[in-house]
Design a protein around this ligand. Sequence first.
Ligand SMILES: C[S@@+](CC[C@H](N)C(=O)[O-])C[C@H]1O[C@@H](n2cnc3c(N)ncnc32)[C@H](O)[C@@H]1O
Length: 448
Amino acid sequence: MNGDAPPLAEALRVAASAWHELRSGTSLDRALASAMAAFASANQEPHPRLAAAAKDITYTAVRHLSLIESMLGKLVHRAPEPAAAALLAVALGQLLAPRHAAYTVIDQAVHAAKADSRTRAAGGFVNAVLRNALRRLPALRTELERQPTVAFNAPRWWIDLLREAEPAHFAQILQLQRRPPPLVLRINRRRGSVEDYLQRLRLEGIDASRVGPSALWLRGPRPVHEIPGFDAGEVSVQDAGAQLAVQLLEVENGMRVLDACAAPGGKTAQLAETADELSIDAVELDAERAERIEENLRRTHARDHAQIRVLVADAARPDQFADRRYDRILLDAPCTASGIVRRHPDIPWLRRSADVAQLATLQGRLLDALWPLVEPAGRLLYVVCSVFPEEGARQADRFGARHANARPIALPGIGQSQLRLPPVQGDGWSHGLPSVHDGFFFAMFEKT
Ligand SMILES: C[S@@+](CC[C@H](N)C(=O)[O-])C[C@H]1O[C@@H](n2cnc3c(N)ncnc32)[C@H](O)[C@@H]1O
């Protein structure tokens, strides 16, 4: 085993606790944070890379969630206790996406079982199930992957919605969303050119290519603090599709801009990198998340170039925060996040089908509440990281129909007022659109 890596048994234990919480309805990142905190309080000085290793194991398992749970159903006669089931699930994930030799995974899973009072008695059982799984894995996988929910690793209703939205490409999108996400950076053009930064990466032996006007795709994952220039704010991590929002908004020097749903502040910082002397209000409902906007603004030195107020408020209640109108409003609305499943593979498993209509109602409320704040001849850009039409084209069409003074106008360089951007991953960069990006929808309106 790699001397620099934490013991696999410990990583499996943390991952198993996180899995258990995830399957009780907690988001993956919260589940991991709480599992890691519980492990750290019960064990002195966990290995510095334990959290990263547990994260990798849990994400890998969630990318195979449906296969793992279907396999378990075939491998055991009675459902195991939840703690043992969780340990088996994350260990099966390691057998499916081999990072370690299978015998190491099984041995370490048994160690993990014995080290925890909730699974101690199940050590022999864990061993037997994993050995059996290993023997039957190829055949079971082929058999189970005939079911769409297993092949696409998503609930049935999710697959059906995507099929309806993208009849020709839904399978491709679902397959792509099972893969780990690309690491894409936004170069802070105030601090240097894309060409110079690419050259710097080359000198440091880091493989990267340009995929958008300010976007670079770094091959291979790496912690953010190990990205050259990240801590100094020279670059930020931001998907190339997400970077389009601020580009499409076409802010000009001195404008008043509202970033209506702003945390963690990726686009707020990008606005300040784009034009001079902007006056930006960044509104965010969640106070804890609003702190991340401040962190991002500090790291990127955004306030050297713009006046920025971070306001903790409900964007649907302008009386709580607005004392003026805006030339540009960016509404990056809360949504199902169906376009960013690569980054958050837990999303399809946490959402319920009723969430789509509920979120669409919230988006409609936000649009209606913010529209009066747009100056005459000002613009509002509506953005969601979703590929479901209810949150995209249908939402924008309904908004346009409700407001006679909201004129859909062409998105710059696109020629249409709406842009549906299903997730893709390819090389090159053409027609102003990045070649690697998550799934988004954009719609622009001008006040007449
Ligand atoms: C898609 S994220 C925004 C990402 C951000 N624009 C960026 O680029 O970093 C949506 C954000 O809206 C916030 N939010 C949800 N409902 C809100 C509301 N009613 N008012 C303000 N913010 C809200 C969420 O907490 C979340 O941080």
